[in-house]
Write a protein of this length. Structure first.
Lengths: 334, 504
C-alpha cells in the first residue's frame, strides 16, 4: 500500500510539468506582448495582429494584451525582456531587428544579449530598397554612379535604413548621392519627394510599396532578402567594389530576414517555449490572420526560432576589427 | 463635386453609420476628458474593430471619436488646470484662471462654442481646399517650414508681459524652451545631446509630461496652499449663469475665433508641425487683440479671448491635418499616421484617388467631423453647469483626484518612470516661474518649435545652400515675422501718443 502511494507520488511528480505546461497552462491567464514602440507603428500593428489570432492556438485560450514600452528605438523594451520580465511564458516581446547590430557594436545602454533570449521566431522579413523619382532619368544603379550632380536622398537620421543603406551604398558602391537627414518621419521624406525637394529615398520595401505602385518612385537596388516582385533588382552586396564593403553591406541587411522578431525572456521553461513556437508556426498559416494581414498590408512570412537565432549568431560572430569598421558606418540610433 | 458634397452628408445618416459615429463620439468624449488617454493611442487601440466595417462606417467611427477629443480635452484644462490632451494646454492659461475667478461655466461655454466654430471652419476649409490642396501643400518645403517655425517663435514677444523686463524674461524662457527641445539624438550626426547616458532621453522629451508638469503642478500647489475650492468663495448662483455668457462671448469676439480657426487649419495642413503648435500660436494671436495695456495684462488672469483662440485652433487643425493624409497618403500628425493604417485596412490607398474616385468618402469624413462636434457640443452644453460645480468642491477633496489624473496622464506617454521624473521636474520649473513672475507660454513655444526649426534649417541649407532665402514665401514669412516681433512695441508707442494727446 505504502509502496503504491510512493509510486503514485512519483508519477504525480513526473506529471507536474505536463499539468503545469500542458493542456491548460494558459487557461485563465494573460499573455503580455511587450512592444518597444508607441501604438500605431509597424511593430505595434504586427503585435495586435498576433494578439487577435494567437489565443486559439494556445492551450487554454489566454487573453493577450499589448504593453507599449517605447524608447531608444526599442532598446528599453529589449532590456526589460532580457533582465526584468519573468521567464514564465506569460511575457514575450518584439523589438527592432537592428538591435543585433546595436549589440555587436556595443551601443551604450544595451544590457541584453539576444543569443540568450528564448526565441520564438520572426513574423516577416523585408528587403530595404533605394528608390528615386520616376520623372528622373535614373533607371539603374549605373545611372546613379554616372550622375553628374549628386542625386539627393532624403532621410530621417542615422540608425534607420533611410540613412544607413544609401550611406553605405555611397561609400562602397560608388553611387553619386547626397543624403539629407532631418525629416521627422519616413512619410515626411515621401512628401519631400512629392514636392521635388529630394530625388529619392531608401527604406523598407513594404513601406514604400504604395508609392511604387502609384508610380511616384522606382526601386533601383535591394538588399539580400528576396521579395518576389523585386527579385530581379541588383543586390547591394554584389555592387560593392571591395570585399570589406561587401561584408559590411551583408551584415547590415542580415537582420532584415527576421524583420519582426519575437522572443521570450531567457530561462523561460522549454516546454512553454515549445508551445509558443508551435503556436506561432500555426497562426502564421491561419487563413483569417492572413486575410487580415493582407488587408493591413502587413506581409507575413514566418521564420523559425532556430533560423532566427542562427542569423543573430551569424551577425555577432564578427572579428573585432570588422566590428570596428561597422561601428564607423552604422550608428544605431532612434 | 457638389453632388459628392451632398452625397457625403447623406451617407453618414444611414443608421449603421450614424450608430458607429455615436459610439465613436461617446468614446472620444471620455478619451478627451482623461489626461492619460491620448487621441492617437485610442485610435490605435480601435483599429482592430474596423476590419468588419465598410469604409464610411469605419471613418465615421474613428473620426467621430478623434474629432471630439480636442473638444472635451478643453473641459479638463479649464476645470482642473490639467491638460486633457497635449493639444489643449494653452486653454489652461486663461480658462483655468477664469475657473478660479468663479467663471468656470463661462470658460467652458466659450471653450466648447469656439471648439465648434473651429471644427466647422476646419471642416469647410478642408472641403474648399480639396481642389487646390496639392499645390498648397507642395508650396511648403523645408525653407518655408523653417520660416513658419520662426514666425511661431516670434510670437514670444506677444506672449511675454509688457515692458523691457518682462520681454527679457519672455525671451529667456523661450530660449530655455529651445534648449529643452535639443534633448535627444540629433538626426544629422547621430550625436546624443543632453541624454546623460539615459536611454529614456534618446528620443527627446515628450510633450505631455512636460506640459502636465508645467501647468498642473503649480495649480495643484496653489489649490493646496489656498485651502479653498478652485473657485474660492463664489456663491453657486453666480457660477450657473456662465455657460450662456461663454457662448455669447464666442460670437462677441467672432472674428478672433474665425482667425484663430484659420490659423489652426493652416498649421494642421502642413505636415510636420505637430498638434502642439497651433494652440500656442492662436493664443499668441489672441493676446494681440488686446486694445490697451490694461487689457493685455488681463491675459493669463482670465480673459475669455485666451480661451477662444486655442479652443478654436485645436479643433480646426484636425480638419487641416486630414488634408495631407488623404491627398498624399502622408500623415500630418501621429493620429493621422494611425488613420492611414485604417485606410489600408479598408483597402483604400490615400492619394489623388481620394479627390476623385473616393470623393464621396472624403466628404463623408468632412461631414463626420462637423456632425460629431455639433452633437458633442450640444450634449455638453446640457451638462456644463453641473461640471462647473466641480470647482466648488473643497480643494482637499479634489486634490488627490487631480494629482492622480496628472500622474497617470504623464506616465502613459511612455509607460516609463522617466515620465514621472520629467513631470515633477517641470512641475517645479512651472511653480518657480509662476512665483517669480516668469511667463510659461514662451517656454512651451520654444520647446514645441525648436526641433522643427533646427531640422528644417539644416535641410534647407544643405539642400539649397543660401538660395532658399530668396524664395517668395520665405520672404513673405520674414515680413510677417518682423510684424509679429515689432507689434507689441508699435502698440506701446501708439498708446503713449494717445495718452500724450489726451494730456495735451
Amino acid at each position: 500500500m505504502r509502496k503504491a502511494n510512493a509510486v503514485t507520488l512519483f508519477f504525480a511528480f513526473l506529471l507536474v510539468p505536463f499539468l503545469a505546461y500542458g493542456a491548460g497552462y494558459y487557461e485563465g491567464k494573460t499573455l503580455t506582448i511587450v512592444v518597444g514602440y508607441k501604438p500605431g507603428g509597424g511593430y505595434d500593428s504586427y503585435a495586435r495582429l498576433i494578439a487577435k489570432h494567437l489565443p486559439k492556438y494556445l492551450p487554454g485560450n489566454p487573453t493577450i494584451v499589448i504593453q507599449s514600452m517605447p524608447g531608444a528605438n526599442s532598446i528599453i523594451g529589449a532590456n526589460h525582456l532580457y533582465g526584468a520580465a519573468k521567464p514564465d511564458g506569460l511575457t514575450i516581446g518584439t523589438f527592432n531587428n537592428g538591435l543585433v547590430i546595436a549589440q555587436l557594436t556595443r551601443v551604450e545602454g544595451v544590457s541584453y544579449d539576444l543569443t540568450k533570449l528564448s526565441w520564438i521566431g520572426s513574423l516577416a522579413n523585408d528587403a530595404a530598397v533605394l528608390t528615386v523619382r520616376t520623372d528622373l532619368p535614373f533607371k539603374t544603379v549605373d545611372d546613379l554612379r554616372k550622375a553628374k550632380e549628386p542625386v539627393i536622398i532624403g532621410a530621417t537620421g542615422p540608425g534607420s535604413s533611410t540613412f544607413d543603406f544609401p550611406a553605405l551604398l555611397k561609400e562602397f558602391a560608388g553611387i553619386n548621392v547626397k543624403i539629407i537627414p532631418g525629416y521627422s518621419s519616413s512619410a515626411d521624406v515621401m512628401l519631400a519627394i512629392e514636392r521635388k525637394e529630394v530625388d529619392g529615398r531608401a527604406g523598407s520595401y513594404a513601406s514604400i510599396l504604395p508609392f511604387i505602385e502609384r508610380g511616384l518612385v522606382r526601386p533601383l537596388v535591394r538588399t539580400r532578402v528576396s521579395v518576389p516582385e523585386i527579385e530581379k533588382l541588383p543586390v547591394d552586396e554584389d555592387l560593392a567594389t571591395s570585399a570589406r564593403g561587401k561584408a559590411i553591406l551583408a551584415i547590415r541587411s542580415t537582420p532584415e530576414a527576421i524583420y519582426r522578431p519575437y522572443a521570450a525572456p531567457p530561462g523561460t521553461p522549454p516546454e512553454v517555449v515549445k508551445i509558443l513556437r508551435e503556436a506561432f508556426a500555426k497562426v502564421t498559416q491561419d487563413k483569417e490572420l492572413l486575410a487580415d494581414a493582407k488587408k493591413g498590408k502587413l506581409p507575413v512570412d514566418y521564420v523559425s526560432a532556430e533560423e532566427s537565432l542562427k542569423l543573430v549568431r551569424e551577425v555577432l560572430k564578427q572579428p573585432p576589427e570588422v566590428v570596428q569598421e561597422i561601428a564607423k558606418y552604422i550608428r544605431f540610433g532612434d | 463635386m457638389l453632388d459628392a458634397f451632398v452625397q457625403g452628408l447623406v451617407v453618414i445618416f444611414e443608421w449603421q453609420t450614424f450608430l458607429m459615429m455615436l459610439l465613436g463620439i461617446f468614446l472620444g468624449f471620455w478619451v478627451g476628458l482623461l489626461p492619460g488617454l491620448g487621441g492617437a493611442t485610442t485610435l490605435a487601440l480601435m483599429l482592430p474593430f474596423i476590419y468588419k466595417m465598410n469604409p464610411v462606417e469605419a471613418f465615421a467611427f474613428l473620426l467621430g471619436m478623434h474629432s471630439v477629443t480636442a473638444t472635451t480635452g478643453d473641459i479638463t484644462s479649464v476645470l482642473f488646470g490639467v491638460p486633457g490632451e497635449g493639444s489643449t494646454a494653452a486653454t489652461i492659461l486663461d480658462g483655468h484662471a477664469m475657473a478660479k475667478k468663479g467663471e468656470a461655466g463661462r470658460a467652458l461655454g466659450a471653450a466648447l462654442m469656439s471648439s465648434l466654430v473651429g471644427a466647422l471652419i476646419g471642416a469647410f476649409a478642408l472641403a474648399l481646399a480639396i481642389p487646390v490642396v496639392r499645390p498648397l501643400v507642395l508650396t511648403f518645403g523645408a525653407p518655408e517650414l523653417f520660416m513658419l517655425a520662426v514666425v511661431g517663435i516670434a510670437f514670444i514677444s506677444s506672449l511675454s508681459g509688457q515692458g523691457g523686463r518682462a520681454l527679457l524674461r519672455g525671451f529667456l524662457a523661450g530660449l530655455l524652451g529651445l534648449l529643452v527641445s535639443l534633448v535627444g539624438q540629433d538626426p544629422q550626426g547621430g550625436v546624443q545631446r543632453f541624454t546623460f547616458g539615459q536611454l529614456y532621453l534618446w528620443s527627446g522629451l515628450d510633450l505631455v509630461p512636460v506640459l502636465v508638469g508645467l501647468f498642473a503642478i503649480p495649480e495643484i500647489m496653489d489649490l493646496a496652499v489656498r485651502g479653498t475650492s478652485i473657485a474660492g468663495e463664489i456663491s453657486e448662483k453666480n457660477l450657473n449663469r456662465g455657460v450662456w455668457q461663454g457662448v455669447k462671448d464666442t460670437f462677441h469676439h467672432f472674428w478672433l475665433t474665425v482667425r484663430c480657426s484659420l490659423v489652426g487649419t493652416f498649421i494642421g495642413i502642413l505636415p510636420g508641425l505637430g498638434g502642439g503648435v497651433a494652440q500656442w500660436i492662436a493664443y499668441g494671436h489672441a493676446t494681440q487683440s488686446a486694445r490697451d495695456s490694461t487689457e493685455r495684462s488681463g491675459f493669463g488672469k482670465g480673459d475669455v479671448r485666451g480661451v477662444l483662440g486655442p479652443g478654436a485652433a485645436n479643433n480646426s487643425k484636425e480638419g487641416g491635418s486630414l488634408i495631407p493624409t488623404i491627398a498624399f497618403g502622408v500623415p500630418g500628425s501621429s493620429s493621422m499616421a494611425i488613420l492611414l493604417g485604417a485606410f489600408f485596412l479598408q483597402g483604400i490607398i490615400p492619394g489623388p484617388d481620394m479627390l476623385d474616385k473616393h470623393l464621396v468618402l472624403t466628404f463623408s469624413m468632412v461631414w463626420t467631423m462637423v456632425v460629431a462636434n455639433v452633437i458633442t457640443v450640444a450634449v455638453s452644453l446640457v451638462f456644463l453647469n453641473q461640471l462647473a460645480k466641480l470647482t466648488m468642491i473643497r480643494g482637499s477633496i479634489l486634490i488627490p483626484f487631480i494629482l492622480l489624473l496628472a500622474f497617470i496622464g504623464a506616465y502613459t506617454s511612455n509607460n516609463h518612470v522617466g515620465d514621472l521624473l520629467v513631470f515633477l521636474i517641470f512641475g517645479l520649473v512651472g511653480y518657480v516661474m509662476i512665483r517669480c513672475g516668469w511667463p510659461r507660454a514662451p517656454l512651451v513655444l520654444g520647446f514645441v518649435l525648436g526641433k522643427i526649426a533646427e531640422n528644417n534649417f539644416y535641410i534647407s541649407t544643405i539642400r539649397y545652400s543660401g538660395a532658399w532665402l530668396h524664395r517668395p514665401v520665405v520672404l513673405v514669412l520674414l515680413a510677417i515675422t518682423l510684424v509679429v516681433v515689432t507689434y507689441p512695441f508699435l502698440q506701446m508707442r501708439e498708446r503713449k501718443s494717445q495718452i500724450d494727446e489726451a494730456i495735451a
